[in-house]
Design a protein around this ligand. Sequence first.
Ligand code: ADP
Ligand code: MG
Length: 324
Amino acid sequence: MLSEFDLIKRYFQRARPASDRTVLGIGDDCALLAPSPGRLLAVSSDMLVEDRHFFAGADPFQLGHKSLAVNLSDLAAMGAVPLGFTLALALPAADPAWLDGFSRGLFALADAHGCELVGGDTTKGPLNICITIFGELAPGQALRRDAARIGDDIWISGTLGDARLALAGCLGEIALDADAQALAATRLHAPTPRVALGRLLAEGRLAHAALDISDGLVGDLGHILAASKVGALLDVDALPAGPVLARQAPGLRRRFTAAGGDDYELCFTAPAANREAIMAAGAQCATAVTRVGRIEAGPGLRLADGDGAPLRMQLQGWDHFSDR
Ligand code: ADP
Ligand code: MG
C-alpha cells in the first residue's frame, strides 16, 4: 500500500531544477514563486467533483487534463501567462493505475504550457480534484468582465456546442453514431484552454472584456453585460458550431451553441478598429475567431437569427441568469 508521502513523491513530485519562476516547489510548507517584477499575480481555483462535474469511472488521463485545462482557461480569459499551480486531491484509495493516468494527463498539459505543479494537499475521501492556478500579467492588461464598451464587437474563439452534444449523447437525450459521439466527447473530456489567444489579446491591448465559456454562452455573456452595465445583440446563426454539432438540425445547433456548457472557449469584446489585428492574433495561435454580435447601450441580451430578425428561444439556464 502506498503511503501519502510515497504517493506524492511517486506521482506528483518531479525531479527538476528550480526554474526562475519557482524558487521552491513541492516538499516544504509552502512553495515559493517569483512573479516578474512589476507584474500582477492572477489567481484562480476550480474544483472537479465526481458525479457533479464528471461521471464515476471517468478516464483518469482525461481527468488530469481537464482538471488543469479548466484552470488554464481562467488564466486565458484574463490574458495571464501561467506560472504554476497547486493540486488538492481527495482520493477514495491510492490506486496506482488511476494515479498514473491522472498524473500523466495532468503533466502533459502542464508541460505544454510551462506551468509547474508546485504543491498541494492529499487526503482520503470522495474523489475531488481542486487546482489553484497562478499566472501573471502587466497592470492594466487584464481582460476584465467589467470592461466591455458600447459599440464593441463580440467575438468567440474556436467552436461551441460539441461538449454539450457529447453530454446529450451520454445521457441518452439524443442518439449519435459512435464516431460522432467519440469526436464530440473529446471536446467534453479534453477541452483546449485558449491561453495563447488570451495572452495575445491582452498584451496587444486588442480586447476590452473577456471570459471563458463554461456554463453556456448566453449565461456567461450575461456576466460581462451585468459587470459592464451594457446590453448586447447576439447573432445566434453566426455562432461557430463544433464539427459534430454542425451536422445536426438547426434547432439543436442554435440551442447548444447559444447555451451548451463545458465549451472553454473565450468570449471577448473589442473595438471594431481591432478586427484585422484580432484575426491576425487568431491566425498566429491557430485559433479560429468569429464575430457574433455587438455590445449595445440598451440593457439585456437580444438574440437574432442570421437575417437580423428577433429570435425567441427557450434556453436551458437562461431563466436562471435573466432574473439577475
Ligand atoms: P503539510 O504538512 O503542510 O500538510 P503535506 O504533508 O500535506 O504538507 O505535503 C507535503 C508536501 O507535498 C508539501 O510541499 C505539499 O505542497 C506537497 N503536496 C501534497 N499533496 C500534493 C499534491 N497532490 N500535489 C502536489 N504536491 C502535493
Ligand atoms: Mg497538508
